[in-house]
Design a protein around this ligand. Structure first.
Ligand code: ADP
Length: 249
């Protein structure tokens, strides 16, 4: 579980995140949605300690994130970003194994874990000897997910992980990811600006606007009982692309 209490993060005069309180419940997928610049990525970076709050607290499983424990708490969280963030000079296998090697795992233990994860994320094992530039976008994200899951963290933080993929590959990975989240029962926080993706993944959704939370709840709740006109406008702006072709419209 991740809990934020009245967290504020400023960059100069800009409030990237302003007094946000939010709990990502254990075993659930919490989706952060909102327009570009609304503070989604900053919120995720605060959760994993890559950004430090100017005010308020972040706690992971009851432990307050601080400079002294950020490294050890980070090992309990896997992090995936849009472009994967893989090191270009390392093969898929070495990217996935990086942190485990750093922690002194034996090569046997690493091999066993890599094999397990290759099956879980449904990656062709031959791909692991290739470098990121030789992989497709979807394969790169599968390797990124392996890297994030290597230490079997309780928490997975994903920042627009499918944002750079073609629609068909994106759909495949959406299905696989949701299946993985359900099977592993991890606490997941997933950033997207796509309403369909939020509805697909989110047990709970938090809609952000200018560094603040406009509404939290189920996607159905946001649709049926919007807290403000902004909620309706945000959802409406992403109405189905083929809606205008519907008979009678
Ligand atoms: P989102 O992920 O919703 O697009 P971000 O969290 O990236 O939003 O950004 C929120 C606000 O904070 C934006 O106005 C952005 O310009 C600003 N911001 C984010 N990170 C930085 C940074 N490292 N330096 C300066 N401003 C930043």
């Amino acid at each position: 579980m991740i809990r934020l209490d009245a967290v504020t993060k400023r960059y100069g005069e800009t409030y990237a995140v302003q007094e946000i309180s939010l709990t990502a419940r254990a075993g659930e997928t919490t989706v952060l949605i909102g327009p570009s610049g609304s503070g989604k990525s900053t919120l995720l970076r605060l959760m994993i300690g890559l950004a430090e709050p100017d005010a308020g607290t972040v706690a992971v499983d009851g432990q307050r994130l601080a400079r002294t424990n950020v490294q050890s708490l980070r090992h309990r969280m896997g992090y995936v970003i849009q472009e994967g963030g893989l090191f270009p000079h390392l093969t898929g296998r070495d990217n996935a194994a990086l942190l485990a090697r750093h922690l002194g795992w034996s090569e046997d233990r690493i091999d066993a874990r890599i094999e397990e994860l290759t099956q879980l994320v449904q990656l062709d094992p031959d791909r692991l000897s290739q470098y990121p530039s030789e992989l497709s976008g979807g394969q790169r994200q599968r390797v990124s997910l392996m890297r994030a899951l290597m230490l079997d963290p309780d928490v997975l933080l994903l920042d627009e992980p499918l944002g750079a993929l073609d629609p068909m590959i994106r759909t495949d990975l959406q299905d696989d990811l949701r299946d993985i989240f359900r099977r592993l029962g991890k606490t997941v926080v997933f950033v997207t600006h796509n309403i369909g993706e939020a509805a697909f993944f989110g047990d709970r959704v938090a809609l952000l606007r200018q560094g603040q939370i406009e509404q939290t709840g189920s996607m159905a709740g946001l649709l049926d009982d919007p807290a403000s006109p902004f909620v309706t406008d945000f959802i409406q702006a992403q109405r189905a692309p083929l809606e205008h072709l519907a008979p009678g419209s």
